[in-house]
Design a protein around this ligand. Structure first.
Ligand SMILES: *Cc1c(COP(=O)(O)O)cnc(C)c1O
Length: 463
């Protein structure tokens, strides 16, 4: 028999102990995972045992997975674009699980919906987005791109007299989707989910920003009166560069195009007066996708879809069923703003992150990430044989050694040593190493560690 009160208390204590042990180890342990999946599958057992195990022992077995965890909470973790977690956001996420609220219906779970509505309002204010926009809390920027582009598809087709939500895509006019050459691949994925096929690529400049002359030309090639969506990017994963959003919006408006901005990690620049004045206005578009689990340092899974016209979003995402508690007007139901009906209250950790930081704290967080990236770039430029390939305008540093072979050797050496974690990629026809400063914990000491680790990883021949 499970005794809920006692077993929950004991299991949560065991989990808290294991979590504390893990978190206090990330400052000293190697950053990449040291055990592989096969080994850990062995550890967790063969066929499903006939008999159960009590909750505390289950937690202990799971804690055995630690050698297979990547220390993404460490200040020396710079892989892909993955943030750490703020203590308040982590604790809030635990409460979300303990409360176990289904956040789909406003009037059924008012507690968590209130937190999400406040978080949404704060986000719009903080990021200088229209105060009347609708906000959906989704799993990540992939689904945020999908959610926004679903609203876009419905709106631009409605504009030419086709009801895609009623009639589907069969018999629909073609939607012309223009994207920068270096958009994130999840934009293509979202378009695929939506049956919109391959977008038209618009050439980018040497930092990966969409070229305005090329965008103007591409818009000119769309047949008059055809529905158009333009996808822009705030924050290129290699360079951190921002598309010239305000100027692109102006061009797109002449064609009555819907403008979407993928700002998975870049949208947060808008919270920093210093960075936003340098990187440009983002607020003129029709929809924006971002992640809270990257720059804001909320735990996974947490993305945010923002759509200027609430009716467009709710037409795309709303459902109607006799058993649902409908909210006729005003704020509507959370399930009208996200693909899921039932879901966890993932906006609550966003509220907690914003509350613990405050307006000044978010600006400071974003500025500090950018400062650390600039300091890393400065240190790397001093190293023999290392070239920093991007203008370091935000949180990303992309560098390479003399040739692809040397870069690969250095990548392997860095992984082997494990003091830092950086990820490899190909950019502009070169093997590169990418440093993404996305964790609030990255300190000036960590910056020194990066420079020292890279110095020692440079192959002798390449110095
Ligand atoms: C990370 C990222 C995405 C995808 O976000 P997920 O949270 O992984 O779904 C999309 N666009 C950009 C620019 C990103 O950095």
């Amino acid at each position: 028999m499970i005794s809920y009160d006692d077993d929950c208390a004991a299991a949560l204590t065991a989990a808290a102990d294991a979590a504390r042990r893990w978190l206090s180890s990330v400052d000293t342990r190697t950053v990449p995972a040291r055990s592989g999946v096969e080994e850990l599958v062995q550890l967790l057992g063969g066929p499903l045992p006939v008999d159960g195990l009590d909750a505390v022992d289950v937690v202990h077995e799971l804690a055995g997975l630690e050698p297979g965890l990547m220390a993404s909470q460490s200040g020396r973790f710079f892989g892909w674009v993955m943030g750490g977690t703020l203590p308040a956001a982590l604790a809030a996420d635990w409460l979300v699980s303990a409360w176990d609220q289904n956040a789909g219906m406003r009037d059924a779970t008012p507690g968590v919906v209130a937190a999400e509505e406040v978080a949404a309002r704060w986000l719009l204010d903080l990021l200088s987005l229209p105060s009347g926009a609708d906000v959906g809390f989704v799993t990540g920027a992939t689904m945020a791109n999908f959610t926004c582009l679903a609203a876009a598809r419905g709106a631009v087709l409605h504009g030419v007299g086709h009801d895609v939500h009623g009639e589907g895509l069969t018999g629909s006019p073609r939607v012309h989707v223009l994207v920068g050459q270096e958009r994130h691949d999840t934009v293509d994925l979202a378009l695929r989910y939506l049956g919109l096929g391959h977008p038209t690529e618009v050439p980018s400049d040497d930092q990966g920003r969409i070229r305005l002359d090329a965008l103007e030309q591409a818009l000119g090639q769309v047949p008059a009166g055809a529905p158009v969506i333009v996808c822009l990017q705030a924050g290129n994963v290699h360079s951190g560069a921002f598309d010239p959003v305000a100027e692109a919006v102006e061009l797109a408006r002449r064609r009555e195009a819907w403008v979407h901005v993928d700002g998975a990690f870049g949208l947060w620049a808008a919270a920093s007066p210093r960075l936003s004045s340098r990187l440009g206005e983002l607020g003129g578009a029709d929809s924006w996708a971002t992640d809270a689990h990257k720059t804001l340092n909320a735990p996974y899974d947490c993305g945010v879809a923002v759509v200027r016209d609430p009716a467009a979003l709710r037409a795309a995402m709303g459902v109607h069923a006799s058993y649902l508690l409908e909210v006729a007007s005003g704020p509507g139901n959370p399930y009208e703003r996200a693909p899921e009906l039932s879901r966890r209250a993932r906006g609550v950790p966003v509220w907690a992150a914003l509350r613990t930081l405050g307006r000044s704290g978010v600006a400071h967080l974003v500025d500090t990430l950018a400062d650390r990236a600039a300091a890393i770039a400065e240190g790397l430029r001093e190293l023999p044989g290392v070239t920093v390939l991007n203008e370091v305008v935000y949180t990303q540093v992309c560098f390479a050694l003399a040739d692809d072979a040397a870069t690969r050797v250095a990548a392997a050496a860095l992984h082997e040593e494990g003091r830092i974690l950086v990820s490899g990629s190909r950019w502009r026809d070169r093997e590169v190493l990418r440093i993404s400063v996305s964790n609030a914990r990255t300190s000036p000491d960590d910056v020194e560690v990066v420079i020292d680790a890279v110095r020692r990883a440079i192959p002798r021949m390449a110095r």
